[in-house]
Design a binder for this molecule. Structure first.
Ligand SMILES: [Zn+2]
Length: 556
């Protein structure tokens, strides 16, 4: 009897509560239910795919690549569920999900599903094509005088040789990857465009930017502004560069070719200033230095390094990346470390990505434990990578003494300035080439590439050259429509550096200053992707993303 009464009272209470439940609460409950089912399925597959990709990149075996392909297909397949997409679309269009964290997850998850509303067999085909191309890049070794050379070895020749014929041979040997992959890439580009068009976008470039929360017109505007801001300074510096190389190779400036610029793509500054940073790193351990630095600013990287794969191996991916395996602390970086300034920069860079992931806010839902945008994590990586050639930092880290630091101060800042300008022009090439390629993949891409290279990098196309040189840059095929984020990352790195040195750090090298780590944790890492990227930047620095600090730092 007593029990019955209690139950009846309870039922009345519940019905009163139900009638009070607003439409908003109902919609938010529906979204919360969706999220919990979503997480149950996504979290294990996300982890499995991340681990499989990691293993494939480390071993390079066909078996591991096959596993990776299968795992990433299983993960991608989730987002093709049209019933789930209809639920998200209805909730989104109702405008009733207002709780900020739930609404943010709805936005992000909706975009993921929108990207997946294509015939699953088309997505499977895309992954298969990408994996095939990826293998070709991984296994390619330039052949010079009958010997197989790694990318590192090609770069070494381009950097050090003074013999034009040798430079040309090394440059051309590397460019032989172009014809191996170009046809596959054009097919892949058409395939990606078909998917974008079926999803309601004009092309894959537009789709990728929009689904990542960027308006292509806004990005183009930033690139136009930067072009404006850097054009004259760059032309002046390019004159200095050409004068330097004409002397180095005993040529006239109009005889200089793309292989004379000490890099496969002229994406990095040639060493025209007489600081040989590599010599300071001979006998140094970039891994130990990076660890000491990060630990010193209160961002402990020991757990990341313990899981990382740091040195060259046969079959292993020759590049560098950082990956967050589970968004719960398993963060790793793959590198091919050598004791030189390039790998010092790269270690600082990859661990910058690493700490951004590692110090996420574990109380946030899975979907929000991610960077605000891919370019905001690039900004952190770049902010730290720049220190590799900063004399103040090198002095504070015990790599050089104070006298040496002062001696190379001016020339180092000139070198960094040159590096930033050279890179900004190269990023223009990548952004504009990709945009145009996706707008029309059937145009003459070989010519398009060189037209853009000549315009933005002021390099001269070798006479009569008609090769798919655009296809020699792995990012065009496998990290599509992403490169512009590196430049946006540089802009934000400058904005953060300016903010931190003005308001947070006692020391411009940050070394040993735990306030820097704390600031980044609180203002950048822990917010994850709970705010729109430009809102996060405004909360962290008091301003939306602006090019003015980049200009302040690098353009006269
Ligand atoms: Zn990066």
């Amino acid at each position: 009897m007593k029990n019955y009464l209690l139950t009846a009272t309870f039922a009345v209470m519940i019905s009163i509560l139900m009638s009070c439940t607003s439409k908003q609460e109902k919609a938010e409950t529906r979204m919360r239910d969706f999220i919990s089912g979503y997480e149950t399925r996504v979290i294990p597959l996300y982890k499995e795919a991340a681990l499989a990709s990691w293993n494939a990149n480390v071993t390079g075996t066909n078996e591991d690549w096959a596993k990776s392909e299968k795992a990433s297909f299983e993960l991608t397949k989730i987002f093709t569920d049209s019933t789930a997409f209809r639920e998200l679309k209805e909730l989104r269009e109702s405008g009733l999900v207002k709780d900020s964290l739930v609404a943010r997850q709805l936005e992000l998850i909706y975009n993921s599903y929108l990207g997946g509303q294509v015939d699953p067999s088309l997505l499977e085909e895309q992954i298969r094509m990408e994996t095939e191309i990826s293998k070709k890049y991984s296994n390619f070794r330039a052949i010079l005088d009958g010997k197989e050379l790694s990318d590192n070895q090609i770069e070494e020749i381009l950097r050090n040789s003074k013999v034009s014929a040798d430079l040309k041979a090394a440059w051309e040997a590397h460019k032989m990857i172009g014809p191996v992959v170009a046809g596959d890439i054009v097919k892949l580009v058409r395939h990606r465009n078909m998917i974008a068009q079926k999803t309601g976008f004009n092309n894959y470039h537009e789709m990728t930017l929009k689904l990542s929360g960027q308006d292509p017109a806004e990005v183009t505007r930033v690139f136009d502004e930067l072009d404006e801001l850097t054009r004259e300074s760059f032309a002046r510096l390019k004159g200095d560069i050409d004068a330097y190389f004409a002397k180095r190779y005993d040529l006239k400036t109009d005889e200089l070719k793309p292989w004379h610029y000490q890099n496969r793509f002229f994406q990095e500054a040639p060493e025209i200033y007489s600081v040989d940073f590599d010599k300071y790193y001979e006998g140094q351990d970039p891994v130990k230095l990076a660890a000491a630095f990060y630990n010193g600013i209160g961002l402990n990287v020991d757990a990341i390094l313990a899981k990382s794969d740091l040195y060259e191996k046969p079959g292993k991916n020759q590049h560098a990346f950082s990956t967050d395996i589970d968004r719960s602390g398993d963060v790793r970086t793959l590198d091919n470390v050598k004791p030189d300034s390039y790998w010092m920069n790269t270690m600082l860079h990859e661990l910058g990505h690493g700490v951004y992931s590692y110090y996420n806010d574990k109380s946030l839902p899975f979907t929000l434990r991610d960077a605000a945008h891919s370019f905001t994590t690039e900004a952190i990586a770049n902010l730290f990578g720049r220190f590799a050639t900063d004399p103040l930092w090198m002095n504070d880290m015990g790599i050089i003494d104070k006298a040496e630091s002062e001696k190379i101060a001016t020339v180092s800042s000139n070198a960094l300035r040159l590096q930033m300008l050279v890179f900004s022009r190269w990023a223009q090439v990548m952004y504009r080439f990709e945009k145009s390629m996706y707008e029309n993949p059937d145009q003459d891409l070989n010519q398009l590439w060189w037209t853009i290279v000549e315009k933005y990098q002021l390099l001269a196309k070798p006479d009569g050259r008609n090769m798919p040189d655009w296809a020699t840059k792995i990012h065009v095929a496998l990290y599509p429509c992403y490169y512009h984020n590196y430049l946006l990352g540089e802009l934000l790195a400058s904005q953060l550096y300016y903010y931190i040195t003005t308001n947070v750090a006692k020391n411009p090298s940050f070394a040993g200053d735990k306030a820097v780590g704390e600031y980044l944790k609180q203002k950048v890492f822990m917010p994850g992707t709970r705010y729109y990227w430009n809102d996060m930047i405004e909360k962290a620095t008091g301003e939306k993303l602006t090019a003015k600090y980049y200009a302040k730092q690098f353009v006269e």
